[in-house]
Design a protein around this ligand. Structure first.
Ligand SMILES: Nc1ncnc2c1ncn2[C@@H]1O[C@H](COP(=O)(O)OP(=O)(O)OP(=O)(O)O)[C@@H](O)[C@H]1O
Length: 256
């Protein structure tokens, strides 16, 4: 698979006196794992929030799968094929793991989340298909044995996996992961790495914000670096690691 999946042109975003994003342009190719790194406050999450329709941008545009993306609402962005996870896990704590994934799936179905109230036969059939697909996705991320457990009773690493399963339930073209390894131990991070590599093998495009530089450099095809809202580098990991501007702003000499 080749070609550009997402192209951002001159994205700008200001919060009061803070220029969180300054003319940020980048391209994400179909099928690649694209890393976004940079110091705290560099603008990574803000860029995610613009791409996923959570924050209005002040300027610039985004092309997705060849067409301008209407960034005005998260629902439209999700329907276009962008799914995300959050830095702070946002699951429905008192729903089961399976139900959490089923909610994600409803983005793609006619009935909608509350459609189940008036259950026609067609809707019951659809509901069964949603349940099957949710179950498959729990298998895919490796937590099928926790399907009937409440999300809040899952361990941290499994909650992160569940978030990914829920995002995958929308059948995205692009999966955006905001610090998925934050708070994970080495075993959980290793398992996450395997999962993300599996996603790439299966043809998904992944945008990854992550502070674990080793994980980013090991996984990503290309990496962009933000610093004070500006993109200071975008290249293959080895070139980014050797870039003096990046070393000064983020990596430090020890990581070089
Ligand atoms: N909703 C908001 N209101 C006001 N300022 C904000 C808001 N969101 C982000 N900012 C500011 O925009 C800048 C970029 O923040 P952002 O969270 O995007 O950085 P980041 O690179 O994701 O940082 P981190 O690695 O700490 O998550 C920061 O100065 C931050 O304080």
């Amino acid at each position: 698979m080749t070609g550009i999946l997402l192209e951002a042109r001159n994205i700008g975003k200001r919060f009061g006196g803070v220029q969180a994003l300054k003319d940020v342009s980048l391209t994400i190719n179909t099928g690649e794992i694209y890393g976004l790194i940079g110091p705290n406050g560099a603008g990574k999450t803000t860029l995610f929030n613009v791409f996923t329709g959570l924050y209005p941008r002040d300027g610039g545009e985004v092309l997705f799968a060849g067409a301008p993306l209407d960034l005005e609402s998260p629902h439209v962005v999700a329907a276009a094929g962008i799914a995300r996870t959050f830095q702070n896990i946002r699951l429905f704590a008192n729903m089961t793991a399976l139900e959490n994934v089923m909610v994600g799936r409803h983005v793609r179905t006619r009935a909608g989340v509350f459609g189940a109230i008036l259950r026609t036969r067609a809707e019951r059939v659809e509901e069964a298909a949603i349940r099957r697909r949710a179950d498959e996705l729990l298998h895919y991320v490796g937590i099928a044995d926790r399907a009937d457990d409440l999300a809040r009773n899952l361990c941290y690493g499994d909650q992160r996996r569940l978030e990914i399963a829920r995002a995958l339930a929308t059948d995205p073209k692009l999966l955006a992961l905001d610090e998925p390894a934050a708070g994970m131990n080495a075993t959980e991070t290793g398992a996450l790495r395997d999962l993300i590599e599996g996603l790439r093998r299966d043809g998904l495009t992944v945008l990854l914000i992550e502070h674990d530089v080793k994980l980013v450099m090991g996984l990503c095809d290309r990496v962009a670096v933000l610093d004070y809202g500006e993109k200071i580098a975008e290249d293959v990991p080895e070139a980014v690691r050797a870039n003096p501007k990046v070393i000064e702003a983020y990596l430090g000499t020890s990581a070089a």
